[in-house]
Design a protein around this ligand. Sequence first.
Ligand SMILES: Nc1ncnc2c1ncn2[C@@H]1O[C@H](COP(=O)(O)OP(=O)(O)OP(=O)(O)O)[C@@H](O)[C@H]1O
Ligand SMILES: [Mg+2]
Length: 302
Amino acid sequence: MNASDRRESAQTTANGAAQRAAPAGDPHPAGAASAGPAARDDGSRVARGEPIIRVEDLTAGYDGRAILEHLNFDVKRGEVFVILGGSGCGKSTLLKHMIGLYDVMAGRVYIEGQDIVSAQGDDRDAILRRIGVMYQSGALFGSMTLLENVRLPMEVFTALDAEQMDLLARMKLSLVGLVQFTGHLPSEISGGMQKRAAIARAMALDPPILFLDEPSAGLDPITSAELDALIRRLADSLGVTFVIVTHELASIFAIADRVIMLDKRVKGIIADGDPRKLRDESTDPYVHQFFHRQAELAAVPA
Ligand SMILES: Nc1ncnc2c1ncn2[C@@H]1O[C@H](COP(=O)(O)OP(=O)(O)OP(=O)(O)O)[C@@H](O)[C@H]1O
Ligand SMILES: [Mg+2]
């Protein structure tokens, strides 16, 4: 396991430290129903349609080498926001810096108005409690049943009793259509079901924002479409905000309210908006190619 994998596995939900800091006996481990004085009636701190994430002048990279420079964008509450771009352009890098997995080189990332970059200690933990993540490489724990996988964040980070955790884990698995498979091991279910179970685990603590890195990678088109329908349903019915990295054109048109497209040549955003508009109206040749699949993105010179 490399350093990056270690970081991710230590953060089954968004951030281990954040969840560990949950007060003992907190009956609402995700803070969804106990979101503090600024909370709205539905538990959210931000109205639907208002920015829930704001990225300001973000420069991010590794070991002093910038992969992305001076990024600015907002994600609105309840939106399915998709990050696009060729392999290696920095999609996962952006996602991991937005959730505080790595320190940014410069800039700010506001989650529900709170800057994750400058926040420390309990303040930072409080922000991280509001995020669920499914990493690109994020697998379920193979020796645990689906129920145990979904229960895990609750076991580690809350003081709920076993019965409460089972009930909540079943509810999450039911949300993703897997309530009949709670006792199955990941190896006993299909790839699409594994992805759904991973989403259930990311939702274990009811975060209002879910980050998914390539959720449909490796899935057949029908299974991928089912996953798209699930994401859309969770966004529409529960008001969950999604930030999703995907290459799949069909998925993009099925789920995205808005996309940004990254390009490694400019280390930044080359398109931002409604995917259909970008497909029909963009004059940028690279953006046009992507949406019309006229050339392999990988063939574009670095
Ligand atoms: N932990 C890391 N340490 C150093 N460099 C990294 C690390 N993770 C990614 N990189 C580098 O950052 C660049 C962007 O990688 P990233 O994984 O963000 O791309 P991506 O757009 O998600 O690609 P893909 O579509 O293949 O998943 C690449 O050059 C990659 O080698
Ligand atoms: Mg990636």
